[in-house]
Design a protein around this ligand. Structure first.
Ligand code: EPS
Length: 395
């Protein structure tokens, strides 16, 4: 049985972005409309540039489906680029003056070329359309495999943009309401007052010919304990999630739970006391409740039955209308960095990417524990394990 994995291919202005997912169980109905909802959400958010008015991202299924359901073979999805002009020399000129903050300089030196174009085409966040598509499929798998006992759901949103933050406390009981508020927000922040401040901050940055980053957050609800592993460092759930989130374009920091602020805490105030509530034994937490969640839902590299909380810091977009000093790679002479069409702020889009890459990592860990050739076998394995775990400690 293959292990759940995926690859993306495609350049920003090439014909499209291709996603191949391997290791999906057979018998899962794939709702491409739901994949497309995530793709379109990723294209949006206040602060996006003109490119997103050209693109109409939607996924075409190339393989892996028979009569609407997965068959266990690799699932290939194609998202076509409308702005496909990579082979048009007039429209995609070479770039010889690397932008500080982009992949341009490191990539040009790595591939021994003064033209940054080939590297930036792949480094571009266009590639995250592929990761969003893969995560949207994984999110469906998670929900379908866990429907009976409380579906695993992943909720990503924007916490702050350019320092304008919401202090919203995410209550899993209010999840549907938060979802609605996020989807009504131009910055994907489920707090209307903070949204207004964030929009104003992006507008001000645009007037100043500048760019902004932000703080993104993701919560995974109904996560059972025991996903990931403490036996091998490569299988630790928190480590895999940190890796996946850090790999999103422009992310410079990732934390789980209290993250960096844990460094200043005392153990007695930090660790989350354990209690047992028999009324919650049927929930994915198996009745083990905590009065706090500083750990962010993982202990020892495994989920612990609490909500998983991940936060990521995104740096400001590196393409600046008022470019920073750089160098012409052909001559070594000083020259302002290149400018080409870009976004002012892509934090809302990145929160969608983050939600989906986290969903993929959770699905990977879920199948590592409960995997089977068919979705039914995955469901049975999960239900059988829940039944056995609920008997723990009972005579
Ligand atoms: C990007 C530059 C812009 C963004 C792009 C990422 O593209 P373009 O140069 O075509 O205007 O729009 O992001 C996407 C295309 C996308 O779909 O997210 C960059 O330099 O990284």
């Amino acid at each position: 049985m293959p292990f759940l994995d995926y690859q993306t291919a495609g350049e920003s202005h090439g014909p499209g972005v291709l996603i191949t997912i391997t290791g999906l169980p057979a018998g899962m109905r794939l709702d491409t409309d739901l994949v497309n909802v995530e793709l379109r959400r990723r294209q949006g958010g206040y602060g996006r540039g003109a490119r997103q008015r050209i693109e109409r991202d939607s996924a075409e299924v190339l393989s892996g489906i028979y009569r609407g359901k997965t068959i266990g073979s690799p699932l290939a999805l194609l998202i076509r680029n409308r702005d496909a002009r990579l082979e048009d020399l007039e429209k995609t000129p070479p770039i010889f003056t690397p932008r500080p903050g982009h992949a341009d300089l490191a990539g040009a030196l790595k591939y021994l070329t003064p033209d940054c174009r080939p590297v930036l085409e792949r480094a571009s966040a266009r590639e995250t359309a592929g990761r969003t598509g893969a995560g949207a499929v994984a999110g469906q798998l998670l929900r379908r495999a866990t429907l009976e006992s409380g579906p695993i759901n992943v909720f990503g949103f924007v916490r702050a943009i350019g320092g304008e933050a919401t202090d919203l406390v995410v209550d899993p009981q209010r999840a549907p309401e938060l979802w609605k508020a996020r989807d009504a927000s131009e910055t994907y922040c489920p707090d209307p007052a903070a949204t207004k401040r964030q929009v104003a901050a992006i507008r001000a940055a645009k007037i100043d010919k500048d760019t902004l980053g932000g703080l993104l957050e993701c919560h995974v609800f109904n996560l059972p304990p025991g996903l990931g592993s403490t036996m091998d460092w490569r299988d630790k759930l928190d480590a895999r999630i940190a890796f996946a989130v850090m790999s999103i374009q422009a992310i410079k920091g990732v934390e789980i739970g209290d993250g960096f602020s844990a460094a200043a805490a005392r153990g007695s105030n930090f660790h989350d006391p354990i209690a047992f509530d028999p009324a919650k034994v049927e929930s994915p937490s198996l009745g083990f409740v905590r009065s706090s969640n500083h750990a962010g839902g993982t202990e020892g590299g495994m989920s612990n039955g609490q909500t998983l909380v991940v936060r990521a810091a995104m740096k400001p977009i590196s393409t600046l209308l008022d470019p920073l000093p750089s160098v012409d790679l052909r001559t070594g002479e000083p020259h302002p960095a290149a400018y080409e069409r870009s976004d002012i702020c892509a934090a809302p889009a990145a929160s969608v990417v983050m939600q989906n890459v986290v969903a993929f990592e959770v699905a990977r860990a879920f199948l590592a524990k409960f995997g089977g050739d068919t979705l039914d076998e995955v469901r049975w394995a999960y239900e059988a394990w829940l039944t056995a775990a609920r008997k723990l400690g009972k005579p």
